[in-house]
Design a protein around this ligand. Structure first.
Ligand code: NAD
Length: 638
């Protein structure tokens, strides 16, 4: 795991703990041992083999006893070495990985290296010296920016901030040894004085943390620790940091965020499909229907470098679709999200057609036409006859039964559901739906493809609303019922935002489109016994909320028409003040959501509770610091 070599009197300590060199218990033990054996070289270079320098602490250890004291001992031992210590970094250097580098005396990195202290996103604080050593290198204010931003920075920015000494080109080991041999003495971070921040700056960061991380204590705790770096000597500051770090780790929020970290990791793993299959799945793609969804999906494919043919029924429909795609890219360039040259490259990958013959080489065909079962069946009968053998044939339907559409195919096992969400380029989650006849290998291939285009695939069984719409349905219906009873939309939204939703149900409905909410509500409402959905007097008919029906009848469809539940000015909802409300309102609003998530688990529509939690966090923005609805139910006292 650790290899020590001598290069002209400089010791090179190389760690190899694949896949990403996490600093787990074994690495810590090996490092302690190596420090004992190292003797007194002229200098020490610390580096890692493989894809990255230390990528961070072992998050799996979080549920066990606290390890901060051991980290502190180890990093202090490195800092106190009597000869210069150079951390030579590459890859993604996060959390504990960056903290070990801060305890080293000098830091160099290969071009392309990224650095971050993202602990607050896990409900904790940098607990291995980060809050005390970083301010000694770059000052309290810049440390607050880095820690609260919680995003990785590149090597150029690291130099600018002041915690990286040099970007070294060429062979990292050789360059680091050359750098180390020019250093005569240690330069201990702990002996530097941290530049304090002004009171005004601390107040500004505190306000930002309250807003950005509503309901979450960790960012505020991090501020406390970082500010203290300018007022205490290192040893005392480290003790204080440990105390705060352990308290943060014990909070419900941190436990929930760590749960989400693992749930997401589970969701990204597709059993039985390795990366080699994933890369081979799709060389070219096709989409039938160039509307809202078809266009968004085309953009996603082009962004992933996959050539995509888009077919629509008419020249007019196609031109409208292609124009919308161009507009999206133009606005990305305008907002500085995309280079103009990349826009041209991506647009060149998208080819509009009117004939099915052009689809015959596609490895995946996604149907995204109107939500009409007859139309979809007609299209799949055609695709079944001409698509290449082994191609993934997928529908993006939100509410139709896969097994029904599959009757149009000679071989119904060829059909899978790949359900994207609107707006497709922004939303990570994609439900991969297996119908009663879907070939399980095809479903896996579809999931691997979804992962390949950088989305989060969630395998679900064919059932009304799958996971996301199934859970959102009763939640939205219930919120609308309250609006019908006279509760202000502002109040309903404020209550759910306080709970931790990124947006309340009224604004969400406006964003999705009230017409779409109305149609989805009708399609997904379960009919009363003996009646069919849509029959007069069926539950669907009875349950259409008045506010929703009225707005749709007036053509007020939400954000897209500038008017819905709210009025929109420059794309922002114009809201009045919410009324005062009690905690009971929050509970009443979220209750149907939680109940439906439980029902999905009981019915086995998604394989396990962790996947449901991950799916609903990514699919509906459910507060991550509550760990997802099922984790939240488990951790809330009854
Ligand atoms: P849309 O009305 O924006 O687009 C449908 C497109 O299909 C239009 O461009 C139309 O010209 C084209 N079309 C119609 N008949 C065709 C045919 N015979 N051959 C080829 N093209 C044809 O609809 P949308 O919102 O993009 O929805 C498409 C599908 O995606 C639906 O099944 C819908 O349920 C599903 N979906 C929609 C959303 C959403 O929020 N809009 C989200 C998830 C899934």
């Amino acid at each position: 795991m650790i290899n020590i070599t001598d290069q002209n009197g400089i010791a090179v300590l190389a760690v190899n703990n694949p896949p990403v060199n996490t600093i787990n218990a074994a690495v810590r033990a090996a490092l302690f041992k190596a420090l004992d054996q190292i003797g007194t070289p002229k200098a020490l270079v610390l580096l890692c083999e493989g894809s990255t320098f230390f990528s961070g602490a072992d998050i799996g250890e979080f549920s066990g006893p606290p390890q901060e004291v051991e980290y502190r001992r180890l990093f202090n031992a490195i800092e106190n070495l009597p000869f210069p210590v150079v951390a030579a970094m590459h890859g993604t250097v996060m959390g504990g990985g960056l903290e070990i580098a801060l305890a080293s005396h000098y830091r160099v990195a290969a071009p392309g290296t990224r650095f971050g202290l993202p602990e607050v996103t896990l409900g904790i604080i940098p607990g291995a010296g980060g809050t005390q050593r970083m301010p000694r290198l770059i000052g309290v204010e810049k440390t607050l920016e880095l820690v609260l931003g919680a995003r990785p920075v590149d090597a150029a920015r690291a130099i600018e901030l002041g915690f990286l000494d040099q970007i070294v080109e060429g062979d990292l080991r050789a360059a680091a040894v050359a750098f180390a041999s020019a250093k005569r003495a240690p330069r201990r971070t702990g002996e530097l004085q941290a530049t304090p921040a002004s009171e005004e700056a601390v107040a500004r960061f505190t306000a930002q943390a309250r807003k950005q991380y509503r309901n979450q204590p960790a960012p505020l705790t991090a501020i406390k620790a970082i500010v203290a770096a300018a007022t205490m000597p290192l040893a005392q500051g480290l003790e204080y940091e440990t105390e705060l770090a352990n308290a943060a780790k014990a909070t419900t929020e941190s436990k929930a965020l760590v749960h989400v970290f693992f749930a997401e990791r589970e969701a990204r793993r597709i059993p039985g499909i390795g990366p080699e299959v994933q890369a081979r799945v799709v060389k070219s793609a096709a989409i039938v229907g160039a509307g809202t969804m078809g266009g968004g999906i085309a953009i996603c494919f082009a962004n992933a470098g996959i050539p995509v043919t888009v077919l629509d029924a008419s020249r007019e429909g196609l031109d409208r679709g292609l124009a919308a795609i161009e507009k999206t890219y133009a606005s990305m360039v305008q907002r500085g999200r995309l280079a103009a040259a990349d826009r041209a490259k991506r647009l060149a990958l998208i080819n509009g057609v009117l004939d099915y013959d052009s689809l015959k080489n596609a490895d995946v065909v996604i149907e995204a036409v109107f939500e009409d079962p007859r139309l979809k069946k007609e299209i799949f009968a055609r695709l079944d006859a001409m698509a290449k053998p082994g191609a993934i044939l997928a529908t993006n339907t939100s509410s139709l039964k896969l097994a029904d559409i599959a009757t149009a195919l000679k071989d119904p096992s060829r059909l899978v559901g790949i359900h994207f969400f609107n707006p497709v380029p922004q939303l990570q989650l994609v439900e991969v739906v297996s119908g009663a006849n879907t070939d399980p290998e095809l479903a896996k291939k579809a999931a691997a493809f979804v992962r390949h285009i950088d989305k989060l695939p969630l395998p679900v069984k064919d059932s009304p609303g799958f996971l996301v719409n199934r859970v959102l349905g009763p939640y939205m219906q219930n919120a609308f019922r309250m609006l019908d009873e006279g509760v202000k939309p502002e109040t309903v939204d404020a209550a759910m935002e306080e709970f931790g939703m990124p947006m309340g149900p009224a604004e969400l409905a406006d964003t999705v489109g009230l017409d779409i909410c109305l149609a989805a509500g009708k399609a997904l409402a379960r009919p009363l016994p003996g009646r069919r959905a849509g029959d007069p007097g069926s539950r669907a008919e009875q349950d259409v909320p008045q506010v929703l029906a009225n707005q749709v009848a007036l053509g007020h469809l939400g954000r897209k028409t500038g008017r819905g539940i709210y009025r929109y000015e420059n794309g922002r909802a114009v809201k009045g003040r919410p009324d005062a409300y009690e905690r009971a309102l929050i509970e009443a609003l979220i209750e149907p959501y939680l109940a439906e998530a439980k029902a999905v688990l009981a019915e086995g529509i998604v394989a396990d509770a962790d996947l449901i939690d991950a799916g609903l966090i990514f699919g509906t923005g459910f507060a991550p610091f509550r760990g997802g609805p099922l984790h939240h139910l488990d951790s809330t006292p009854k």
